[in-house]
Write a protein that binds this ligand. Structure first.
Ligand SMILES: [Zn+2]
Length: 194
């Protein structure tokens, strides 16, 4: 039965809210449905007219779910830096030479650069990583940014969840409504200037 229900799910994502309505993360719709069926989450917003059906169940396709029990999210988990989010934070642009991903040539690609290299005790914290094209990253080598005469265009900071979600453009307008509810109109206005 469940296999039927979950078959053919698109790769759409659902916004998961904490009990407090704090936006937590985007989860695959498939996982959101499972949380709802298991009684761990409730559907706050569904996509109009779209249902997943099995022989006994017809569940609206969730766009926003809210967890039934409050989840304490460890700070470390929330600060985990993935390349997807790192590149989005930096506008898909090398922070040394300023070229965008579309301006790279041949085999060049965007990479993660550690201002203070891991080998010298640097970490993967938001404030120690930046987007660098592969050429700049090679030129910088295993040296701290400050010692190799390469200037960063922006000093890295920890981005806001909302900025990231928006930057990778996975939020639907329904989901954006909940971001606005929790973080306020000013945040969305700031984002629209990107
Ligand atoms: Zn570069």
């Amino acid at each position: 039965m469940r296999r039927d229900l979950f078959a053919m799910l698109p790769h759409a994502r659902c916004l998961a809210l904490n009990t407090s309505f704090e936006p937590l993360t985007l989860v695959p719709v498939r996982r959101a449905l499972r949380l709802v069926i298991d009684g761990k989450a409730e559907i706050v917003e569904a996509e109009r007219g779209r249902f997943f059906r099995s022989e006994r169940l017809a569940i609206p396709r969730p766009a926003v779910i809210r967890l039934v029990r409050f989840v304490h999210v460890p700070r470390k988990f929330r600060r985990q830096v993935t390349n997807t989010f790192l590149f989005a934070r930096d506008g898909y642009r090398c922070q040394y030479c300023g070229r965008s991903v579309g301006e790279l040539r041949g085999r060049e690609c965007l990479t993660r650069d550690h201002l203070r290299p891991i080998s010298l005790g640097g970490t993967n914290a938001w404030t120690n990583v930046t987007t660098a094209c592969s050429t700049c990253n090679t030129k910088k080598g295993n040296r701290p940014a400050a010692e190799c005469g390469m200037r960063l265009r922006t000093s890295p900071r920890e981005p806001h969840f909302v900025h990231l979600a928006w930057a990778v453009r996975r939020l639907t307008s329904i989901q954006a409504k909940y971001i606005r509810m929790f973080y306020g109109e000013a945040t969305l206005a700031e984002l629209s200037r990107w």
